[in-house]
Design a binder for this molecule. Sequence first.
Ligand code: SF4
Ligand code: SF4
Length: 186
Amino acid sequence: MTTTIQKTMKGLWSLIVGLKVTGKEFCRPWITVHYPRQEVTNLDTFRGHIDLVPVLDDPEKPLCIVCRRCEEVCPSGCIRIEGHVPGEEKEVPVRQLLLVSNISLPHSAAREPICATDKTLRVLDGFSLNYNLCSLCGLCVQSCPVSSLTFSSDVYLAGASRKDFEFDLLQRLIDRAGSTKLKKAA
Ligand code: SF4
Ligand code: SF4
């Protein structure tokens, strides 16, 4: 009899403790949102897929100087870059072009967007990212000598197939510039 009462009391106490925790959490401010009716805004530290950074005064033009350092350093092989030297055929394999090894602009020292120089030797024709393979290690962003790469805040990325995560980052940059222009015109 005593054991049954003890068990019941123990069970009740456990219930009270559980309700106490529930009550406490119930009264706390929400830290989640009712998506899709609401969306999160505190994305400062969110790290989405990589994106190209535009030149300050020309949002359609990437800062990228086609040095291919990001492509070389990516451990997952998700980046493919196409570029050419002005005046030369676009078909010239970029790997034969001048590789930038002496640029003294470490990523950590150049976080702010910088203006592209008129001395750009190569033109970026394509920058594809296979996000299916990306581990978000950040090596490409860190190694870019001109801070032409950043992490997007594309938090609601969704797709129905792997193809949906193969991005043309140059086209994305151009599209972004277009939609910014439209917003300004509206
Ligand atoms: S974040 Fe890492 S894995 Fe992803 S593209 Fe850059 S280097 Fe490759
Ligand atoms: S490291 Fe930077 S500048 Fe070099 S190819 Fe990649 S994005 Fe362009």
